[in-house]
Design a protein. Sequence first.
Length: 276
Amino acid sequence: MTEISADEQRKELDLLADCGSCFGLCCVALPFAASADFAVDKAAGKPCVNLREDFRCGIHASLRERGFPGCTVFDCFGAGQKVSQVVFGGTDWRQAPHTARQMFDVFPIMRQLHELLWYLTEALSLPAAKPVHAALRRELEAIDRLTRADAESLLAADAPGLRADVNTLLLQTSELVRADVPGPKKNHRGADLIGAKLRGADLRGANLRGALLIAADLRRADLRSADVIGADLRGADLGGADLTGSVFLTQTQLNSAKGDGATRLPESFSRPEHWA
């Protein structure tokens, strides 16, 4: 694969969600429980009450106001259209009810694979990770081939094993990138930092993988080159924070947090509409 930007690779691999080409799979296949994120309970395989006949959301423009903020922070990384249009050839589960169960079972597997592809494309775009680029590319190509397989092959895939293999390479990528940050770096991997007072904290090059930062005060914190893969930023205040160069940051994480006009983001990210 030629050396192209992460954004270009993601377009080439169809990792950008296209709801118009999906059969509403995230609104049917996945379960959710009544909570601050969802107004009602919904079982896996049961269509959401807001799903229309054309597979679009009937309250998309007012999800937060209607009690469904959890929907606004979900990203399938393009898995929905891949399952709908490639694996099942454009035949939806309403037209062919006998495919519904298999389609709904394939979707979360595909979503995991597309998420791995998303992180691999970022790692391949980082110059500091050049020592592992060849291995990253091999994983990307193998997983991409799998995403284009039939439903039976996808259901038989060892997704946890693939995730473990990719995670090893992403860890190496993280270490290479963060090594360029001078001085000691904080290690908060998997830490419980719920509601933590981190206003103005120097977190450059920090390891925040899987950290629980729910409702944390990160106003004006310096998160440049910090590894935030899997960090839970729900309700975290990123007002004035600097996230330029943050490693493995996703739009979903930003959408779940709070921020303002002074929050500095990497170029490829959008400022969430609900931010001040």
